[in-house]
Design a protein around this ligand. Structure first.
Ligand SMILES: [Zn+2]
Length: 102
């Protein structure tokens, strides 16, 4: 197994997990439970795929532009930990984009 992706916002990892599944690639989400209530400190959910499918999955991820799904849910900036309303794609405090791959 190899880690192919991680993000501190679980729905983003789940979304990618589903995209890979739709493309016939089996992936596993790890560490998701650790993310609850800890403010994202060193506990990002990770997406893992098998060694055999890693290259394929990586190419797929590079071509995907669907991360994450737009929602109105408040999200937490991975840089400064400020809460940002769902309609904003960047952190109001530090300007860090919400969308982020690796
Ligand atoms: Zn920020």
């Amino acid at each position: 197994m190899k880690k192919i992706f991680s993000h501190d916002v679980l729905p983003i990892v789940e979304n990618l997990h589903n995209v890979l599944k739709l493309n016939g690639i089996k992936s596993t989400i790890r560490s998701e439970n650790l993310n609850v209530g800890i403010g994202g400190m060193g506990c990002c959910p990770e997406l893992w795929v098998s060694d055999q499918e890693f290259e394929h999955a990586l190419k797929l991820i590079e071509t995907i532009d669907t991360l994450p799904p737009e929602t109105d849910e408040t999200w937490v900036c991975s840089n400064c930990m400020e809460e940002v309303e769902g309609q904003f794609s960047e952190c109001w405090n530090c300007g860090k984009p919400r969308r982020q791959i690796l």
